[in-house]
Design a protein. Structure first.
Length: 459
């Protein structure tokens, strides 16, 4: 909205090269507002606008740009401007950008950093991909537990401090080991002579630099904090992870899970930004796998060709049977994947889930079976449509629905557990995949039940 109001004026000023007036206008806004304005311009114009504002503001604006925009802007800027922005970026945001770059470009950008910032960047990039080490920032405020409140406040006033936030201070030993934390709000209300050791929050949960990103998401949800310390395996404090970084991770993880549950690979880029051929390639693989799976349905139909020829009425209910099993399986797998993602369900809970889905599958199948029987038995032209043995046909469809829905629920619920146990992402057990697996089994259940009930009459 804001960008739309001043967009024409900025475009006109860029065209007329009125950079002083542009600087005056832009510096009236907050960094996130300027980033929103820049998003309406091509990369070359974004680079121009970043050049004319002062260095610190340019770096702050750059942090709010999407990663894809950041890449394009870096290409449009000269080495001097790139170096200025990268050196001013917070360490965690800079790492997020560098890890998205090809190795050769990353090395080139690292060479533009100052020796101190280059050392920090290499250190963070040295942690495994998707680990907390790559998302932490080494900018935090450490204090000593031997200090008084007055000494601590004096230390904070002396500055400068490059910490992400000062609302939490971390107490470390002489060797850098994390001891506890202190909240700034508790310091400012206490007498200056009071020892900091009296204000420590001993139960300070910390993350390990090697922990995966999902561990951080779970920890922030559990402990309801805005910042968590990160240590090495020996307890030495390395940095902090803030809630804004975790929110970015949540969005990324959720997007990937939704895409995988749709029966495709994660796109790893916004829909309108990703190359069309690349998107087709990511979708084609899973689509081919699902298609091959559905071919088994045709094989199953061919196996029961004689039964279908004798009782054509059975073919009427094939779509009903297989769709009901697929739907129940999709429901179950979606529920379990989400429950696993938020930590409601663990691997050890598989048997509890199995029992619940066993009961749920029977009940849901019973509901659908009752509806199907009413539909067949109460239909005005039932004898003409379903034949003289319509009661047996109704029983066949009803019993098949109970079996197929039960199997679909159990399959959909258990598949994520199997994948997690094998070390795969449970989201791979997508709704289309479960539906494909249940389709084939549903046909086998349906025609097996039909043979048992209709043998000697229709069959």
């Amino acid at each position: 909205m804001l960008g739309n109001l001043i967009l024409p004026e900025i475009k006109e000023l860029i065209a007329s090269r009125e950079f002083n007036q542009l600087r005056t206008i832009l510096e009236e806004f907050q960094p996130y507002e300027i980033a929103d304005i820049l998003s309406d311009f091509p990369a070359a114009d974004q680079a121009v606008l970043l050049r004319i504002i002062h260095r610190e503001l340019a770096a702050s604006v750059f942090e709010y740009l999407p990663v894809d925009n950041q890449k394009l802007v870096l290409q449009a800027l000269g080495n001097e401007e790139v170096a200025s922005i990268l050196n001013e970026l917070s360490a965690d945001d800079r790492t997020a950008l560098l890890e998205e770059m090809p190795a050769a470009i990353t090395q080139k950008l690292l060479n533009l950093l100052s020796p101190e910032e280059r050392k920090i960047a290499r250190s963070l990039l040295g942690y495994p991909k998707n680990s907390i080490g790559r998302r932490m920032t080494p900018d935090y405020t450490a204090i000593k537990d031997a200090w008084t409140v007055g000494q601590t406040l004096e230390f904070l006033r002396a500055g400068p401090h490059n910490a992400e936030t000062l609302n939490q201070l971390f107490v470390v030993s002489e060797h850098g080991h994390l001891i506890a934390r202190v909240r700034l709000r508790n310091l400012v209300v206490e007498p200056t002579e009071k020892p900091v050791s009296d204000l420590l929050e001993e139960n300070t949960f910390s993350l390990k630099a090697s922990d995966d990103q999902e561990t951080a998401i779970t920890a922030f949800e559990k402990y309801d904090v805005t910042m968590l310390p990160v240590t090495d395996t020996q307890g030495v404090m390395l940095g902090v992870v803030t809630v804004d970084d975790v929110l970015d991770l949540v969005e990324k993880e959720t997007t990937e899970d939704i895409q995988k549950m749709g029966g495709m690979e994660a796109l790893d880029a916004p829909y309108l930004k990703i190359q069309l051929f690349r998107m087709i390639k990511k979708r084609a693989g899973w689509l081919a796998v699902l298609f091959l799976g559905e071919m088994l349905t045709a094989t199953a139909m061919g196996f029961f060709e004689e039964e279908i020829a004798k009782a054509v009425v059975l073919a009427l209910f094939v779509p009903l049977i297989i769709s009901s099993g697929g739907n129940s399986g999709s429901q179950a797998t979606s529920l379990i994947i989400r429950a696993m993602a938020v930590g409601d369900v663990k691997l050890r809970d598989w048997w509890k889930v199995l029992i619940r889905e066993l009961i749920a599958g029977l009940c849901l199948g019973g509901v659908l079976a009752a509806i199907a029987m009413m539909r067949i038995l109460l239909w005005p032209t039932r004898e003409k449509l379903y034949g003289p043995h319509y009661v047996l046909v109704a029983a066949t469809v009803a019993c098949s629905l109970i079996g197929v829905v039960l199997f679909g629920s159990i399959m959909g619920a258990m598949l994520p557990f199997v994948l997690r146990r094998l070390g795969f992402d449970p989201a791979v057990s997508s709704a289309p995949l479960v539906a494909t697996l249940v389709d084939v089994t549903g046909l086998i259940i349906y025609f097996s039940v039909a043979y048992q009930i209709l043998h000697g009459t229709v069959l």
